[in-house]
Design a protein around this ligand. Structure first.
Ligand code: NAP
Length: 506
């Protein structure tokens, strides 16, 4: 701990006036409506992946702090659950408006800690707030049912009730939107929460809840417990196992999701798991190739490839393969401008941390050593720093290569040539991941067959971006359980109660 403080102090000398002037930069966790230290005063530094400067320090909270936050959320639930849907909708709408008013300030914080270009950070804030707006509207439409009973003197009443305290664990790749997508829905349902953001990106979470406080979210209803990676597992365990928690809502890797699911099972807790993907991007001969290429750029290089719905395997029909690769190469050369996220014109920032760089490099090196051909990229862009990876295009990829099966989660497009629809389907479905998939074709029958047979929670036809607040986002197989966004997103945070009303004729 002292060592950590010492290291942070050394790095803090690099602290620049840019960070000091950031309007929404916080250096404490947020519990019970107050900015709080860790009980043992521990802190950890948050660094900018573009240049390793320290943006600030935040509390390195432990189980004791997380327990306090759960208790606070549990107490707050007793009154929040009795608020009216209209009151909750109004608060969500105010939070949405404040986020939109502060889009530039939120984006500055987001870019500083995640590395993504400023324009992309603003895009994430706008996308993330759309969930607050959507759930503000949805709050007043969480309804029950009266079901015709088989008895003349009885009524079957079905009502929905907020689950209670929700534990939220979020990743670094969309540090704003992954929070609003969950918190917007659970607040609309009448639940309270404790959020544990990633070690890499706690500052965006804190900035977001500062605005939630200004919007009138009552004390204790939304809490943020910041932890370093050292404390993630122990705090995560408590967030899953504490009896006061009713549901664990997690977005992150399938491996961690599996651990949390196991812990939640001990208390028969509800879970909402948004896990890793392995999206196929399939291009058939009838496709509009220019559109397919434009969408391929979005599906692969948005967020520098660090997206769960990002295209992970390009399956291209043999008749259009060479043309597609030529077009892809040209677009990557023109549109992927690597550099720090604050520099004008940059479209691809650094990867978030050294672990990500090592993972992406390892997968590419393994593929190349087994015969894959690099069309563009394929290396760390050392001239920019140790976290910048060149936008990469690989062909001649085979099942013997790790990259054929793994979620790359980086700026590497992996291309595979197929002969017919049956082969495309077989390759696409040969994974335990089942989040997003993309199909490019003008053949209507093929659209229906692919929509029917692809084993994925989401299918984009002639489009590389599927996520929107109005639609149910989520995966099947090892990509998760539950849905976020849409009316289903709120229902995740409610329990159904059946009341039998009898003796109505007496
Ligand atoms: P990760 O390692 O699973 O981390 C996600 C969160 O879990 C972070 O807050 C992390 O904290 C925390 N964590 C790590 N180990 C934990 C443990 N043992 N107990 C409790 N919490 C723990 O995932 P990531 O590498 O940050 O994110 C990338 C993954 O997320 C990819 O697989 C991606 O596909 C997936 N993802 C899915 C969606 C979706 O909606 N389906 C959206 C975005 C990302 P620290 O970061 O501090 O370690």
């Amino acid at each position: 701990m002292d060592l950590l403080r010492f290291g942070a102090a050394r790095h803090l000398q690099l602290f620049t006036t840019t960070y000091r002037s950031m309007h929404l930069l916080k250096n404490k966790a947020f519990v019970d409506g107050k900015w709080q230290h860790a009980a043992n005063n521990a802190v950890f530094p948050v660094t900018n992946p573009a240049d390793d400067t320290v943006i600030g320090e935040v509390p390195d909270m432990s189980e004791k702090d997380a327990k306090f936050a759960i208790d606070v959320a549990s107490k707050a639930f007793k009154s929040w659950r009795d608020s009216t849907a209209r009151e909750r909708a109004n608060i969500l709408r105010k939070w949405n408006n404040l986020c939109l008013e502060n889009v530039d300030h939120l984006a500055e914080v987001l870019t500083a800690e995640s590395g993504k270009p400023l324009a992309e950070a603003k895009g994430e804030v706008i996308y993330g707030t759309s969930f607050l707006e959507y759930f503000a509207d949805t709050a007043r439409h969480v309804t029950g049912e009266i079901i015709p009973s088989p008895w003349p003197n009885k009524q079957i009443l079905v009502t929905r009730h907020p689950i209670g305290v929700i534990s939220i664990i979020t990743p670094w790749n969309f540090p704003f939107a992954m929070i609003t997508r969950k918190v917007g829905a659970l607040l609309a349902a009448g639940c309270t929460c404790v959020i544990k953001p990633s070690e890499d990106t706690p500052l965006t979470a804190l900035a977001a809840v500062e605005l939630a406080k200004q919007a009138g979210v009552p004390d204790g209803v939304v809490n943020v417990v910041t932890t370093s990676r050292n404390n993630a597992a122990s705090v995560g365990k408590l967030l899953c196992e504490d009896p006061a928690v009713g549901c664990i809502s997690f977005t992150g890797s399938t491996n961690v999701g599996r651990i949390l699911y196991g812990m939640a099972a001990k208390g028969i807790k509800r879970v909402s798991l948004e896990l890793g993907g392995n999206a196929p991007f399939i291009v058939f001969p009838s496709a509009d190739l220019e559109n397919a290429l434009d969408q391929a750029m979005l599906a692969k290089f948005r967020n520098n490839g660090q997206a769960c719905v990002g295209a992970n395997r390009f399956l291209i029909h043999e008749s259009v393969f060479d043309k597609f690769i030529e077009g892809f190469k040209g677009r990557i050369g023109k549109k992927c401008i690597l550099g720090p996220g604050t520099k004008a014109g940059v479209t691809c920032g650094p990867l978030v941390n050294k672990m990500q760089v090592d993972k992406v490099s390892g997968l590419v090196d393994d593929a190349v050593s087994k015969g894959a051909k690099v069309v563009v990229g394929g290396k760390v862009a050392k001239e920019l720093g140790d976290k910048f990876y060149q936008s990469t295009l690989l062909v001649d990829v085979k099942p013997s290569m790790e990259i054929y099966h793994e979620e790359v989660f980086g700026p590497v497009a992996v291309c595979y040539k197929f002969k017919d629809e049956a082969e495309a389907l077989e390759v696409a479905n040969s994974t335990r991941g089942g989040l997003a998939s993309y199909v490019f074709t003008k053949d209507l029958g093929q659209v229906f067959r692919m929509s029917q047979k692809l084993e994925f929670g989401m299918v984009g036809i002639n489009d590389g971006i599927v996520s929107v607040a109005e639609a149910p986002f989520g995966g099947i197989k090892e990509s998760g359980i539950g849905r976020e966004g849409s009316k289903h997103g709120v229902e995740e945070y409610t329990d159904i109660k059946y009341t039998l009303m009898s003796a109505l004729d007496k």
